[in-house]
Design a protein around this ligand. Structure first.
Ligand SMILES: [Zn+2]
Ligand SMILES: [Zn+2]
Length: 191
């Protein structure tokens, strides 16, 4: 699984220094992952602004707690009017990563059956690419709207009602009146 997923250099952190330091030690990083990199993560989203924020790593007894906070933007298609628009996404990730080898001795740990996305590789690289990919997918709206009150497309002529007022609704109303008067008129005539 980890072999097929894309690994982004900007989301990889070498934790060997952290593990040589004291328990509770931390490292903080400024984060800026370019659009071209983020777009490789998944075909399910179309990134338009880089991910900017920060990452903080905390060494626990046997693991590293990784905390990422950031913001980025994607291009979405409105479900009502089909126009493309840009949506900002807040990305927040908090995960516990497990080393696969002992940093000090180089001895491999037993495979504990941990989620592959949360395993620090034998070169002491903690890779957040997969957890960030999942966080982005979670943030995507299920039914994107370019704005709360998007008026959508006219089902008759296809005009985008946000930009142009077509006459279809007007004509439908007129037709209804014609129908009504046709029902009423013959009876009134008889009297
Ligand atoms: Zn719309
Ligand atoms: Zn219309």
């Amino acid at each position: 699984m980890s072999a097929t997923s894309v690994q982004l250099p900007d989301l990889q952190f070498n934790i060997s220094g952290l593990f040589k330091g004291p328990l509770g030690g931390t490292r903080s990083y400024e984060l800026r992952v370019p659009v071209s990199e983020l777009d490789q993560l998944d075909e399910g989203f179309d990134v338009s602004q880089p991910l900017e924020g920060s990452v903080r790593l905390l060494r626990t007894n046997e693991t590293v707690l990784a905390r990422l906070r950031g913001a980025m933007a994607v291009q979405l298609e409105c479900g009502r009017c089909l126009e493309r628009f840009e949506a900002e996404l807040d990305i927040a990730v908090e995960e516990e990563f497990h080393p696969s080898v002992d940093v000090l001795t180089g001895r491999p740990f037993h495979d504990t059956g941990d989620d592959a996305a949360l395993v620090i590789d034998e070169h002491h690289i903690l890779d957040m690419s997969e957890v960030v990919r999942q966080a982005i997918l979670l943030e995507l709206p299920l039914s994107p709207l370019c704005r709360e009150d998007c008026a959508g497309l006219c089902p008759v002529c296809g005009a985008n009602r946000n930009f142009e007022a077509c006459m279809c609704a007007q004509e439908a109303t007129n037709l209804r009146w014609v129908g009504l008067s046709a029902l009423i008129d013959p009876q009134t005539d008889e009297k």
